[in-house]
Design a protein. Structure first.
Length: 147
């Protein structure tokens, strides 16, 4: 499987690619995880927001977004198609997202809200729990921070 990694703000994305990114996110978060919530939340189009995704054979197989907040960079909406899990695609995308955050704002920490079962996976990238557990859409989460 040849994988290409791409970074762009929503305004610069090809409409079909944006559709595929959103389709993947809805498929993972809303359908697979049965969390009925507003997946398209307006943050993808905030100033400084960037989408990152991995493509294999013309399909979007993993995605995340990078947001610029006043006190931190934020990584969110990390989703991977079932067919690409366990192949290192999401890990490479995450490494690239961390590098992008450090490139854009080396003086700021990077934060994310991890599903609790993925705490160890995010720890591989230098993230540590940074607050109390919470539930979001019925799914246990942990605030995590790097730097």
């Amino acid at each position: 499987m040849t994988v290409d990694y791409v970074l762009a703000p929503v305004a610069e994305m090809d409409p079909l690619t944006l559709y595929r990114v959103l389709w993947l996110r809805v498929g993972v978060f809303v359908v697979e995880q049965e969390a009925a919530y507003p997946e398209i939340d307006g943050r993808d189009i905030e100033p400084g927001a960037e989408m990152m995704w991995a493509e294999a054979d013309g399909d979007v197989v993993s995605t995340l977004r990078v947001l610029s907040e006043p006190d931190a960079m934020r990584i969110g909406r990390v989703a991977t198609a079932a067919s690409a899990r366990g192949r290192g695609v999401a890990a490479e995308l995450m490494r690239r997202a961390v590098a992008r955050c450090e490139e854009r704002a080396p003086h700021l920490p990077i934060v994310l809200d991890a599903q609790a079962q993925l705490e160890g996976w995010y720890a591989r990238f230098g993230f540590a729990v940074a607050g109390e557990p919470f539930s979001e859409d019925g799914i246990p989460h942990l605030p995590m921070r790097r730097g």
